[in-house]
Structure formats: C-alpha cells, structure tokens
Design a protein around this ligand. Structure first.
Ligand SMILES: NC(=O)c1ccc[n+]([C@@H]2O[C@H](COP(=O)([O-])OP(=O)(O)OC[C@H]3O[C@@H](n4cnc5c(N)ncnc54)[C@H](O)[C@@H]3O)[C@@H](O)[C@H]2O)c1
Ligand SMILES: O=C(O)[C@H](O)[C@H](O)COP(=O)(O)O
Length: 313
C-alpha cells in the first residue's frame, strides 16, 4: 500500500517533488496541527510541521506515525522526548534558513541605525523631519552583541564584521572557536552593545533571559533585535523598557504569542518595528526547507535514520 504524509497546503514544489519521486501520497491541510494529525492519524506515516504546537496526547491517535519533520530550526512547539517515547522521530532543516535570518537581522540593524521606519511614519504623517541630531549612527564602528553563536549567530557575525561593526558574542556555557569577534560575558555584552541580537534556542536558561534586569544593563541608546523566539524575552518587561526609554528601540520578528494580537501593547509603541516571523521566510529558504524536510521523511519511511534528528529512538 502507498505510504502517505501530511503536508501544509502551502508546501513548496521543491518538497512535493521529493515525495512524488519516492511515490509517497501527500495529504495537504491548511495547518498540520493536533487536529489534522488526529483526523488523518490512521493514514499517515509522516508529517511536515511548521510552528503549530504538537501535544504528546496526539500520538495515541497516530498509530502509524514515524516522523514529524519541521521546516525550520526551532522545535519548541514539539516535545522531542515525548515524540521519541511514542516511536516518532523529530527532525529539523538546519541548512535551509540560517543565512536568510542573518540577512534579515542585518537589515534590521541597518534600518534601526537610522530609525528608518519611524521616519517614514513621520513623513507619511506630513512631518518632514530631517533633524540631524537624531539622524542615527553609522553602523561601522558600532558594537553588535550576539547572544547565541550557532548557525545564525556565526553568519551574522561574519556579515556585521565585514561592514565594520565590532562584534561581541555570548554563547552561554558553550564556548566556541570564533572567526571574528570577541567572546564576552553576558553582563559585558549587555553593557557594551549598541545592538543586542538574540539567536539562542529556547531552554530553561534562555527563557525570559531578556528581562527587567537585562534591559537595565543595556545602554539607553541600544536596540534589541529578536529573530530568535518570543520566549527569550519577558514581554511585559520589554514593553516597560521601551515605554520608559530604558532602551532606544526594538526590532522583533518573534513573539511570545504568535500571531501577535493586533491590540497588543507593542503595536501601540513608536520605537518598535514588528514583522510576523519572516526571518527565515524567503522563497529560497522555504524551497530549501521544504526539500530538506521532505527528504527527512522519505529517509525515515525507507527505514533509514534521519540526517538531522533532535531526538533519538
Ligand atoms: N525568525 C525566524 O524565522 C527564525 C528562523 C530560524 C531560526 N530561528 C530561531 O533562532 C534560533 C537559533 O537558530 P540557529 O540555526 O542559529 O541554531 P543553532 O542551534 O545553530 O544555534 C544556537 C546557539 O545558541 C547557543 N546557546 C544555547 N544556550 C545558550 C545560552 N544560554 N546563551 C547563549 N547562547 C546559547 C547554542 O550553543 C548554539 O550555539 C532557533 O532556535 C530558532 O528559535 C528563528
Ligand atoms: O514558516 C515559518 O513560519 C518559518 O519561516 C519557519 O518555520 C521558520 O521556523 P524557525 O526556523 O524559526 O524554527
């Protein structure tokens, strides 16, 4: 009997072709979430997952399921141990989007350096404010603090250094050999960086690591950039720090609650720039991600170990 997988409706052709070539049937649904997994639980051996939360209770109703393949890197929407306990691999696509995210962060820095978004808002409101005193800084010579020196952090460090930024890096307790930049303590990074960029995973240590205390340690002229996960930041403390001008601004692509409620306090501030989790969402990255995610499913359904598992069976 033909094997079947659950895919999101917008799954790209680059991934569909991998399934077609392996003669695997695709069942497309709007969101591959608990509801869809339960609905097709007696049919599918694999599923491609985006950012929907998958609960451990679901596996009781997915007897054939062997693999949940994430298009993306963060897997805080799935419990890898819970999946493994039910005989389900969880895989990610580590090569697909790190450079795209690094480019997006670089864009955020360049834009924040000139308050570009805020200046457009003023212009559109009829205020031609050329005010030189508040016209921002060159990024060359400024300090970028990178928290989380993995794939994204490394790519970002290279790009920022090439543009003349001073780069300081903190990778928690995991020391890494650096090609550019200097490893510093978290305290030093927060105190010296003009831009603090988050690219660490969500763990016990990193959850809400950017809190009231951390914002007080940052320079009042500094910008927080979060293209990691919303859970890294205490939402209420960030709003207070922005309102009280304890930090200059924030560029945010990830939020504690996604979608960000349209009436969230953040949306009312004029020193923020918000995007809907698009850091790794270029067409190129999604083509690579869908291709790699499908390849992982095919490997598992062919009885092989996946290339990029985040759990072990
Ligand atoms: N906005 C987006 O679209 C988007 C896209 C891709 C990834 N992400 C997020 O970015 C994160 C990083 O992605 P990546 O591919 O670089 O992952 P990665 O695993 O390559 O790098 C993460 C790095 O963080 C380090 N780290 C762990 N604990 C830390 C701590 N307490 N303090 C500082 N550093 C710590 C790790 O040692 C590792 O070097 C992902 O977990 C995901 O949540 C977001
Ligand atoms: O499709 C999306 O929502 C994202 O582009 C993609 O899933 C990125 O996920 P991440 O790499 O942040 O885990």
């Amino acid at each position: 009997m033909k094997k079947a997988v659950l895919i999101p409706a917008d799954f790209r052709d680059a991934g569909r072709k991998v399934f077609e070539d392996a003669n695997i049937e695709m069942i497309a649904v709007k969101n591959v979430d608990n509801e869809a997994l339960i609905q097709y639980g007696d049919q599918v051996q694999g599923a491609v997952v985006m950012l929907d939360q998958i609960s451990n209770d679901t596996y009781a109703q997915t007897p054939k399921l062997k693999v949940l393949s994430r298009v993306g890197v963060g897997y805080n929407n799935i419990d890898p141990a819970g999946a493994a306990a039910n005989g389900v691999w969880v895989t990610i696509t580590p090569h697909a989007n790190y450079n795209s995210v690094a480019e997006a962060i670089l864009g955020a820095i360049l834009m924040a350096a000139r308050d570009t978004y805020q200046r457009q808002q003023l212009l559109l409101a009829g205020k031609w404010d050329q005010g030189h005193a508040t016209a921002g800084h060159d990024i060359s010579g400024q300090t970028l603090g990178i928290i989380g020196y993995g794939r994204i952090g490394h790519a970002l460090a290279q790009k920022a250094a090439a543009l003349g930024m001073k780069v300081v890096i903190n990778n928690g307790a995991h020391h890494k050999k650096l090609e550019v930049g200097t490893e510093v303590s978290l305290d030093e990074l927060l105190a010296t960086a003009d831009y603090v960029s988050l690219s660490a995973p969500v763990t016990k240590e990193t959850t809400a690591m950017m809190n009231k205390q951390a914002f007080k340690q940052m320079k009042p002229s500094a910008t927080l950039i979060n293209f990691g996960r919303g859970q890294l930041v205490n939402h209420g403390d960030l709003i207070a720090a922005l309102k009280n001008h304890e930090i200059h601004s924030a560029v945010l692509d990830a939020f504690q609650q996604e979608p960000l409620p349209v009436d969230d306090e953040l949306t009312k501030l004029d020193n923020v720039f918000l995007t809907p989790h698009i850091g790794g969402g270029t067409i190129d990255a999604m083509d690579r991600g869908c291709h790699d995610a499908a390849s992982e499913v095919v490997r598992v359904l062919q009885g092989k170990k996946p290339q990029w598992p985040v759990n072990q069976l």
